[in-house]
Write a protein that binds this ligand. Structure first.
Ligand SMILES: O=C(CO)[C@@H](O)[C@H](O)COP(=O)(O)O
Length: 228
């Protein structure tokens, strides 16, 4: 088992008719965070869930809710999700006119602030923002849907991001968690961890592999074992 790996199942792939049960089951199986994908049919080509759903699952789990905004504009959504019980709020830089201000707004609401970069979005976006980041999310698929294939060039970007974060910490900066999102499976999670990830989002890999009793311990253990 790799003690460093944290798994954040993306509920985009869960059975929404049994949402409360599903989030309780992933927590019982050892999930570290609940990953909550917000898409608006504008920034991302899909329409998913909002603050009401976040508020509805909040009492069902103790683990952090990791809200990933694939929506624009973001500023009005930030306090809504903070009030709904989000612990981490991440957005894409193209979705905010004033990225620094949006990051500060997240921290002002008492949440951890994250920036998400699409596969084709350069890492340079973080250049003047390192002090404001609690999390950097690298998309390893294009935003929109669960069940896509991991884009291999993410590994090189991940190594660069790891080096940037380590330099920042060595220079006295705060820690920044590095999250990878999309196409994470048991057969590639080891490479992803070696490249420097701290947190792996996994949607279809988790929710398509329930145990016979409907839980997810088997797949969660398999992902954590494979991450070594
Ligand atoms: O945000 C997204 C896709 O836009 C991701 O969170 C996916 O939902 C992860 O699902 P899998 O690729 O693991 O199935």
């Amino acid at each position: 088992m790799n003690p460093r790996v944290r798994i954040a199942p993306s509920i985009l792939s869960c059975d929404f008719a049994r949402l409360g049960e599903e989030v309780r089951a992933i927590e019982a199986a050892g999930a570290d965070w609940v990953h909550f994908d917000v898409m608006d049919n504008h920034y991302a080509p899909n329409l998913t869930i909002g603050p009401l759903v976040c508020e509805a699952i909040r009492p069902h789990v103790q683990i952090p809710i990791d809200v990933h905004l694939m929506a624009e504009p973001v500023d009005a959504l930030i306090p809504m999700f903070a009030r709904a019980g989000a612990n981490v709020i991440t957005f894409h830089p193209e979705a905010s006119r004033h990225v620094d201000r949006s990051l500060q707004l997240i921290r002002d609401q008492g949440c951890q602030a994250g920036l998400a970069l699409n596969p084709a979005t350069p890492l340079d976006w973080i250049d003047h923002l390192m002090d404001k980041l609690d999390l950097l999310l690298l998309m390893s698929v294009n935003p929109g849907f669960g069940g896509q294939k991991f884009i291999p060039s993410t590994l090189a970007k991940l190594r660069l991001a790891r080096a940037r974060i380590d330099e920042h910490v060595a220079a006295g900066g705060q820690r920044i968690a590095l999250e990878v999102d999309g196409g994470v499976k048991t057969d590639n999670i080891a490479q992803i961890m070696v490249a420097g990830a701290d947190i792996c989002v996994a949607g279809s890999a988790v929710f398509s592999a329930p145990d016979p009793d409907g839980g997810y311990s088997g797949v969660m253990q398999a992902l954590k074992r494979a991450a070594c």
